[in-house]
Each structure stands twice: as C-alpha cells, then as structure tokens.
Ligand binder design. Structure first.
Ligand SMILES: [Zn+2]
Length: 421
C-alpha cells in the first residue's frame, strides 16, 4: 500500500503544472455532476418497492402495471424533456430512440404534459428498459413493451369510466367565453360549444344583454376519481329570445329537431386523389424484426410541396417535429374525430387555430424517417385509428324513423335537467 502511495506522489510531482490544474478541474467537475445528479434523483424518483425480478414481463395487461410497481415513477414537470428524463435514469439514448420508433405509430410521447406520469420497469438481469408506461390520466395509458431484443411494441389503454352529468348555467355578461368560464366550463368545453354553433350565432358579437345559456357537461371518473376528461352533452342558448340548441346523441350533435350540426368530412386530404402507396394496416409487422408496427394511416404518393387540406372543420391541437414522423399536424374535429398529417415540409397553421374543411394546412414533404416523398394521413374515431378510406365519416344527417323516438326522449330528459322542460 505504502509503495503505491509513494508511487502516486512521485507521479503527481512529476506532472507538468497545466496537467495538475486540468486534473483538479476534472475531479471537481465529477463531484459537481454527482452532487447535482444525486440531488435531482432524490427529488423526483420514487424508490422501487419490489425487486425487478418479481415483475412479470410477459404480462402486457393493465392489471400488471397495478400489480407490480415500477422501478421508477417520474412525474413530468415544466421544462422536462424525454431525453433529460432518460439521462437522469441512466437509460441509454439509443433505448429512447427505440421507444420513439415505436411511438411513430401513435405519437403519444410528444403530447406529455406537466402532471403526466412516466413509469419505468427495468429487466432484473440486464438492467435494460423492459417496459415504459405513460399515464395521461386514470382513463388513458400507453405502454411500450420490449419484445425480444429487437425493440418495443405498444399498447394503448382507454378505460370508458363513468360519466356524471351536471348543469352549468348563467347570463351572458361581457364575452361568452368569460361568462361560460365563470359558470365552470373548461376552455376546451367552450371551444366545443362555439365550434358547434358557429353557424347559428357569432360568438364574438352576437350576444345581447339578457341572453342566457344552459349547458349539460359530464365529467369522467374512474374508480371514483376524476380523470379531467369532460364532454358537452347538451347546449341551450337563449339569444334575443330565440333558442339555439345542440344535443349529443350516439356521439354526434343535433339540434332539437334532429338535424345534424356537424359539417360533412372529406375522404381525402388532397385537392385530387393520388395513388395510395401503403394502406391502413393495424397488424403490419416489420419485415426483419417481425415486431408489430401498425400502419395507422394511409400513404398517398404526393410529390414534395403538394397542398395538404384539412378533411373537416376543427381545431389544430399539435404542430410538431418528431424524429420519425417528421413535421406533423394533429386536428380535433369535435368530440369524436381527430386527424393527423405526417412527414410534412411546411405547416400553414399553428396550435389552437380553428380550421375549416378543405383549408390548406400544409405542404407535403419527406420529413422524419420516410422512404420517399408521401403524405401519411390518419383518421381517429373516439381515440382509435381507423381506415380513413372506408370508415364512416360525418355526412349531413337527420335523425329519422325509429331513431326519432329515442332521440326525442334524450332531448326531453336534457331539457328537463336544464329547467326548460
Ligand atoms: Zn404511412
């Protein structure tokens, strides 16, 4: 031991002074990194409560995540990035890219918000990431599961929960937005109301003193806890003594006479139909790894710079860049429909903007991981991707025949709840 120490001393004294300074600085840097890293970890990580050998990795079900606590649970705060979270947990960035590659089909990791929870399960032998779960809320989770050593597959869990109705009412004083907000409606509820009835009343200038509103809104709960998801069930506006109404019936909105309020959709997000190069296929497998790589959209052979059109009226919810999806746009069309447009070259819309059917929202491109210029288009109904080329899309409808009786009953019940029966 003594010999070693002496040798070390000798070595140190023989080093040029610049080297000594650099060595000291480097040692200091290591201390700082360890201190900051350790501090962060104790602040944000939940310690494992079970050893990872007890985790049944073959179980891919919702129950599994409840049964076996994760090695780490991380609650997203403002300023976090996926990359910084992986770094903090010392999970290689290459693993993050494997997860992102799987995420291309669902684009869930881009929508993480403060308050969402990420849970990490590590393999007990290799200490590699075995499973990652995102909890957006109690009713909506996405799980990425390592399959073999080739990469990850995903599963989305959507729990219907129970919906409790409440009536929110008030007088319109000042703007409709402020009045509705005072009555307890969320920004997204108000957006829904104004987008549904925009052709019946001008929400900026149309209201007068003495106008009133009654809205039935339901809140989702899972196991008695609110998830934060809401749904507008019925709207009754009294504007200059005339009544404007909307009722939700079988996932679509109608006025009190049963005439549909949602405008029709277009089948194609393009000026003219282009050749389809790859169709919707939820069971598609990667040709080499054999992992399930769902193709949740339809690919059109669109040369770079082809105008991309919104297929329906709606609100832009994301304009983002993804390593694999490239520049993409997400649009929400009422409660039931969503569309996505991937691998774009240029976007003409921004988040929060209202768009109408046929509006030019982007130019197609070849961004992200793409084998050539094309437009990838997705349609989601009730949060599930469907085949946009064959799914039932909204057309101007009227409730007729046998349905009428059931619809009238719904309207009568809602009117009674709003005190207008
Ligand atoms: Zn595609």
């Amino acid at each position: 031991m003594r010999q070693v120490m002496m040798n070390a001393d000798l070595f140190w004294s023989r080093l040029p002074s610049l080297h000594k300074i650099l060595s000291l600085l480097f040692a200091l840097l290591i201390c700082v990194v360890l201190f900051v890293g350790g501090n962060d970890a104790s602040k944000t990580l939940t310690l494992p409560t079970l050893s990872s050998s007890e985790i049944d990795l073959s179980d891919f079900e919702y129950k599994a995540s409840k049964q076996y606590p994760a090695n780490y649970a991380y609650s997203i705060s403002k300023g976090d990035s996926l990359s910084s979270i992986f770094q903090l947990l010392r999970i290689p960035q290459s693993t993050m890219y494997e997860v992102l590659e799987t995420d291309l089909a669902i684009l869930a990791l881009d929508t993480l918000k403060p308050g969402n929870t990420l849970r990490f399960w590590l393999d007990s032998k290799t200490q590699k990431l075995a499973k990652l779960e995102i909890e957006f809320n109690l009713a909506h989770k996405v799980i990425y599961q390592q399959v073999g050593s080739n990469g990850f597959e995903y599963k989305e869990i959507i729990i219907p929960g129970t919906w409790k109705q409440e009536v929110l009412a008030g007088d319109v004083k000042g703007s409709f937005y402020n009045s509705a907000s005072r009555a307890g409606l969320k920004a997204s509820d108000i957006m829904e109301v104004s987008s549904l009835l925009k052709e019946k009343i001008n929400f900026n200038k149309g209201f007068r003193l003495g106008d009133t509103f009654q809205i039935i809104r339901s809140k989702q709960t899972v196991e008695g806890q609110e998830t934060g998801e809401t749904r507008v069930e019925a709207i009754r506006l009294i504007n200059r003594k005339s009544e404007i109404t909307a009722y939700l019936y079988k996932d679509s909105y109608y006025d009190k006479n049963g005439v549909g309020l949602e405008r029709a959709f277009s089948r194609y997000p393009l000026v003219k139909k282009l050749r389809i190069t790859s169709s919707y296929n939820p069971r598609r497998r990667h040709p080499v790894t054999r992992l399930i790589r769902p193709h949740n959209g339809t690919d059109f052979a669109a040369p770079i710079g082809t105008p991309v059109l919104s297929t329906g009226d709606g609100v832009v919810t994301e304009v983002k860049k993804h390593t694999y999806a490239g520049l993409y746009i997400k649009i929400k069309h009422g409660q039931k429909y969503k569309t996505r447009y991937l691998h774009l070259k240029k976007a003409y819309v921004r988040k929060g903007q209202r768009v109408s059917r046929g509006q030019k929202i982007a130019l197609s491109g070849n961004s992200g991981r793409s084998t050539g210029a094309h437009l990838h288009y997705e349609l989601h109904i009730n949060n599930r991707a469907v085949n946009a080329m064959s799914a039932d899309i909204p057309i101007m409808t009227e409730i007729e025949g046998r349905e009428r009786k059931a619809f009238k009953k719904t309207v009568a019940a809602h009117k009674k709840a709003m005190g207008a029966g």
